[in-house]
Design a protein around this ligand. Structure first.
Ligand SMILES: Nc1ncnc2c1ncn2[C@@H]1O[C@H](COP(=O)(O)OP(=O)(O)OP(=O)(O)O)[C@@H](O)[C@H]1O
Length: 327
């Protein structure tokens, strides 16, 4: 099938909530969770869908996966109307929710894969071959007989991703896939997703609060604010629009006065200057140049480079007074 994988046109979803006003009165208020979003995602794209808490990300995902009916506008996923064609859509998409499991808590992973294969009506031989391949690639072999509730978060998420890919969906939707995971588990999962995309051309749509997920996985970033799309472009384009400083943290062998480096703002020092934070605008200089200038003054024993948090990027974007929604 050709055509876009996701197509939203003026999509809206409101909720009526009852808010307490004063001590006794309750007032009905309309929350516009998604407020007129239009976009297309083409096959093979990898798209990050980001925004602050309550921006409308999950509501959008629920509509494009058929969990929630839109108030108005249209949504097509893999050419299908998600709610009425939910069963057909299930064959085309895989969904992973970081905070919710699609696996059976008391069953070993192996059995969950069997049940899912049957639900997708896969031939037993095909299901076995596919799960064996995913088990191998996601390093799940030694965990197959462990009940899901006994798995660590990172292990369970690898199981979730395998489960979501068992039927070879064209679109994989990941809602906060790395939330709560340690660095090594996050990196492992990201590497797998990059490989998956290269090998199978799976389209990825993910929401995350972790900038590194976007950096490693997405070539396009959509930013949503109060139900409206406020950025659609590359991460580099977003960084340029927002122009947030990056921060280089350097550890020195001993106490040291505050460093003075060109194109750098000294943020703070700890331990009598043994650790110093240096902020720089990536459009004016690079981490390599800052490091080289610091090394010319003093030995650097360790360093880390921190990226702006998604919350900061998004907040700065909203704070721009001339910003108009793109749709
Ligand atoms: N079932 C519901 N009933 C009432 N209000 C809802 C419902 N679901 C979502 N909302 C409201 O809609 C808005 C958008 O919520 P949504 O969960 O889509 O945000 P989000 O961007 O996914 O946030 P987070 O990053 O915190 O997951 C919020 O104000 C939320 O309170």
């Amino acid at each position: 099938m050709s055509g876009p994988i996701i197509e939203l046109a003026d999509l809206r979803r409101s909720f009526v909530v009852r808010r307490k006003v004063g001590r006794l009165r309750r007032e009905r208020t309309e929350v516009r969770a998604v407020d007129g979003i239009s976009l297309r995602v083409e096959p093979g794209e990898s798209v990050g869908y980001i925004g602050a808490n309550g921006a409308g990300k999950s509501t959008t995902i629920k509509m494009l996966t058929g969990i929630l009916v839109p108030t108005s506008g249209s949504v097509r996923t893999c050419g299908l109307d998600p709610v009425p064609q939910r069963r057909r859509l299930a064959a085309e998409i895989g969904v992973v929710f970081g905070q919710r499991s699609q696996l059976w808590w008391d069953l070993p992973l192996r059995d969950s894969f069997r049940v899912l294969g049957a639900l997708h009506r896969l031939d037993a031989g095909v299901a076995h071959r596919r799960s064996a391949e995913l088990v191998d690639r996601l390093d799940l072999e030694r965990l197959l007989d462990t009940p899901v509730r006994q798995l660590s978060l990172g292990e369970r998420m690898r199981g979730e991703v395998a489960a979501a890919l068992l039927h070879r969906p064209r679109l994989l939707v990941l809602d906060e896939p790395t939330i709560g995971m340690d660095m090594i588990s996050k990196e492992r999962l990201r590497r797998f997703l990059v490989e998956q995309r290269e090998a199978s051309g799976t389209t990825l749509l993910l929401t995350t609060h972790d900038m590194s997920d976007i950096e490693r996985l997405c070539d396009r970033v959509l930013v949503v604010d109060r139900g409206r799309l406020v950025h659609d472009g590359t991460l580099a384009g977003l960084a340029e629009t927002v122009a947030l400083d990056r921060v280089l943290v350097v550890d020195l062998p001993g106490p040291h006065p505050d460093l003075v480096v060109r194109d750098v703002r000294h943020v703070d020092s700890e331990l009598d200057g043994q650790r110093q934070r240096l902020a720089f605008d990536p459009r004016r200089t690079t981490a390599a140049r800052v490091l080289s200038d610091v090394s010319a003054q003093v030995e650097v024993v360790d360093l880390t480079l921190s990226e702006p948090a998604i919350e900061d990027v998004v907040q700065t974007l909203y704070a721009r007074p001339t910003e108009e929604p793109v749709d």
